[in-house]
Design a protein around this ligand. Structure first.
Ligand SMILES: C[S@@+](CC[C@H](N)C(=O)[O-])C[C@H]1O[C@@H](n2cnc3c(N)ncnc32)[C@H](O)[C@@H]1O
Length: 240
């Protein structure tokens, strides 16, 4: 039986409820991170690897601009959701493959850009250093590596203080430390608002994921939107 919430167990979400993740990831939001990355790095004419492609929302967003996008995703249920969404969208310039950030089944120097949009890299201290090494191996000289995550202090967006998950925030702090302090990545922050439309829709998606404290708060305040801060860590041409 479907529970009221998975209480921040993202692994269960990806395995058992890919359609809920997809509904969560496809609500309208502004501004679009993919459009900001397009302006800064220009996907046009490029071969892009999208690491942790999930239900394909990031992959399809990049495919609007890029020559070809390879969506790399370890969870079979999420790949199936992505394949279905991509066929429905009529997009032909995407291929999905089984793989993970630590071991990319891609040739050396075979892509122009590696992008990871809120890809799970857990635990960060083990996965991120290997992701950086793998990204540098697969990206051609002069290419770009970008990893977008929730900014430190913003787990669950503006409801971070309500959700109060210190472990999740420790991971976000650690990601900043590893990308910026230890690997010389630069970063840019983006404030974004997700519009769930109704309180019910927010409870079914956001509330289902972020737990009972979030559910109570959403009901009490009749919320239907939430603000987030995302951080795009990037390493561009001169350093790759
Ligand atoms: C929050 S979703 C992001 C999906 C998509 N990029 C988007 O923007 O909607 C994170 C995805 O990372 C995947 N994932 C988990 N472990 C991973 C790993 N070690 N390497 C790459 N992806 C991973 C999960 O299965 C999940 O589909």
């Amino acid at each position: 039986m479907k529970p009221e919430t998975i209480e921040n167990r993202w692994d269960i979400l990806y395995r058992d409820y890919p359609e809920v993740y997809d509904a969560f990831a496809s609500v309208p939001y502004e501004p679009k991170m993919v459009d900001i990355l397009q302006e800064k790095f220009n996907f046009k004419g490029k071969i892009v690897a999208d690491i942790g492609s999930g239900s394909g929302q990031s992959t399809m967003g990049i495919a609007k601009y890029a020559e070809h996008v390879i969506g790399l995703e370890p969870e079979a249920a999420m790949r199936a959701e992505a394949e279905k969404n991509t066929v429905e969208a009529g997009l032909k310039n995407i291929s999905y493959i089984d793989g993970k950030a630590e071991e990319m089944p891609l040739e050396d120097n075979s892509v122009d850009m590696v992008v990871a949009l809120t890809a799970t890299m857990y635990p960060p201290e083990d996965v991120i250093p290997v992701f950086v090494k793998e990204s540098k191996r697969v990206v051609r000289p002069g290419g770009v590596v970008v990893s977008v995550d929730v900014a430190p202090g913003w787990y669950g967006g503006e409801l971070a203080g309500v959700i109060d998950d210190p472990g999740a925030d420790d991971d976000l702090q650690m990601k900043h430390q590893i990308f910026v302090e230890e690997n010389g990545f630069r970063y840019l922050d983006v404030i974004q608002t997700s519009y769930y439309g109704t309180t019910e829709k927010m409870l079914e998606t956001y509330g289902f994921i972020f737990g009972k404290k979030a559910i109570e708060y959403i009901k009490e305040h009749k919320l239907s939107q939430v603000q987030w801060k995302f951080r795009a860590y990037y390493m561009a041409s001169e350093t790759v």
